[in-house]
Each structure stands twice: as structure tokens, then as C-alpha cells.
Design a binder for this molecule. Structure first.
Ligand code: HEM
Ligand code: HEM
Length: 194
């Protein structure tokens, strides 16, 4: 039997929205607001208007178009850091520790699900630490090479976050329609499911 406390449910849904928002900003940065695509587009349209600009100037224009959107990545990033601290405090509640009890008695599938949760929490902690280090790399006096390595780690871990979200959402929808009817709604209304 599982019963999700009100604060845990609120935490889960805000956290889900923030992570989806972060993934959304990455999607926009890599597609519609990609500086490479847009700088080429700007250059070619300006050429049609008999205005010529250098590729460097086109890059400045394209990144400044992207910049207000990317500010959301940083704002949502701060929110994620706060949510992870909140999650630590929730571990001391019944709801916050429910999935991590009686590990040995679980089926192999449930063991993997639990390990997946531990994995995503670890990944998100590193994402928050690396993201904050990138944001404050100047104040923290991080060298160019270290900043570059941190960015590579941050970018690579993005793949794990994406993988978790796809597997998690697919997984709970399948569970809901097969043998765990009510699993999703119980994360909404909080009542017990068998
Ligand atoms: C939007 C669709 C989503 C639905 C319907 C959904 C539903 C659920 C449900 C039903 C559970 C409980 C499952 C169980 O007890 O094993 C759960 C847990 C969890 N969800 Fe989601 N979720 C969604 C999105 C997300 C997203 C985007 C994240 C971001 C990483 C996320 C992170 C988690 C985590 C970490 C847990 C484990 C909570 C714990 O520590 O016990 N969920 N979700
Ligand atoms: C779910 C969590 C997160 C995901 C999936 C994610 C994903 C990414 C990705 C893929 C990039 C590389 C973008 C590119 O160069 O094409 C990036 C860059 C960055 N992220 Fe995150 N991020 C997350 C959390 C955070 C957090 C918590 C912060 C801190 C506030 C943050 C701050 C940054 C910064 C400063 C950059 C470098 C941007 C630049 O070089 O212009 N991120 N992120």
C-alpha cells in the first residue's frame, strides 16, 4: 500500500514540470533557436536586402535572439537546486522513503525501478552542481579547461535525464493500464493503491 503525502505530491509535480522545462529549453536551443541555423538564416536574408554582415556578427545576433529563452534554463536550474534540497528533507517522511524500503523483498522489476530513482537523483544532483558551477564559473575562478570539462559532463548527463523521463513516463502509463491501476492518480489524490 502506498499513500503519498500532500507535500510529496506537490514536490513531485513541481519537480516534473521543472525538469520538463529544462529539457524544453535544451530542445529550443538545439532546434528553433540554434545559433548556427539562425546565423546562416540572418546572413542570407540580410544579403537579399543588400546588407552584408560577417559570420561573427551573425553569431552575435543569433545568440542574442536565443538569450532571453536561455535565461529560463538558468532560472529553472535554480529551482531544480532548491527542489533537490527539499527532496532531501522529504526522505525523513513516510512518503519520501516508501520506495526505498524492503529492497530485498522486491521483484527484479521493482528493484530496477528503485535503482532508476536513485540513479536519477544522483544524476540531477550532479546536473545542479555542474550547472551552478558553469553559471558562477567566473566568481568561483574556475579555469577555462575545468569549465569546459564541467560543461561536457553537464551536456553528457542530459542524455541520462532524457532517458529517465522517457522510461519513467512510459513505465507508469504501462503500469497504470496493466497491473497497477491507480498508480498515476494516487500521485494526484494521494490515496492508497493496492
Ligand atoms: C508527466 C508525467 C509523469 C507522471 C504521470 C509521473 C508519475 C509518477 C508516479 C505514479 C510515481 C510513483 C511511482 C512509484 O511509486 O514507483 C512517480 C515517481 C517519481 N517520479 Fe514521476 N511522473 C511524471 C513525470 C516525472 C518527471 C518529468 C520526473 C523528473 C525527473 C519524475 C520524477 C519522479 C521520481 C524521481 C519519482 C520517484 C519518487 C520517489 O522518490 O519515491 N516524474 N512519478
Ligand atoms: C535536468 C537538469 C538539466 C539539464 C537536462 C540540462 C541540460 C543542459 C545542456 C544539454 C546544456 C548544453 C547546451 C548546449 O551547449 O547546447 C546545458 C548547459 C548549461 N546549463 Fe544546464 N541542464 C540542467 C540543469 C542545469 C542547472 C541546475 C543549471 C544551473 C543553474 C544549469 C545551467 C547551465 C549552464 C550555465 C549551461 C551552459 C550554457 C552555455 O554554455 O551557454 N543547467 N544544460
Amino acid at each position: 500500500m502506498k499513500k503519498w503525502r500532500f507535500d510529496f505530491r506537490i514536490w513531485h509535480w513541481i519537480h516534473a514540470a521543472v525538469v520538463l522545462g529544462l529539457l524544453g529549453t535544451v530542445f529550443l536551443r538545439k532546434t528553433f533557436l540554434s545559433w548556427k541555423t539562425n546565423s546562416e538564416l540572418l546572413s542570407s536574408k540580410l544579403t537579399e536586402m543588400d546588407i552584408s554582415i560577417t559570420s561573427q556578427q551573425a553569431k552575435v545576433l543569433a545568440t542574442s535572439i536565443r538569450s532571453p529563452m536561455w535565461e529560463w534554463h538558468i532560472l529553472l536550474g535554480y529551482a531544480l537546486a532548491v527542489l533537490l534540497l527539499w527532496r532531501i528533507t522529504l526522505f525523513f517522511t513516510k512518503s519520501g522513503s516508501a520506495n526505498y524500503k524492503n529492497f530485498k523483498a522486491k521483484t527484479l522489476h521493482k528493484k530496477l525501478v528503485t535503482l532508476g530513482y536513485i540513479g536519477i537523483y544522483g544524476t540531477l544532483f550532479i546536473m545542479a552542481l555542474s550547472g551552478l558551477s558553469l553559471t558562477f564559473h567566473e566568481s568561483l575562478a574556475l579555469g577555462k579547461e575545468l569549465t569546459h570539462t564541467i560543461k561536457e559532463v553537464h551536456e553528457w548527463l542530459f542524455n541520462l535525464v532524457l532517458l529517465f523521463v522517457v522510461l519513467h513516463v512510459t513505465g507508469v502509463v504501462i503500469a497504470e493500464t496493466r497491473d497497477e491501476a491507480g498508480i498515476i492518480s494516487s500521485m494526484i489524490h494521494g490515496k492508497n493503491i493496492a
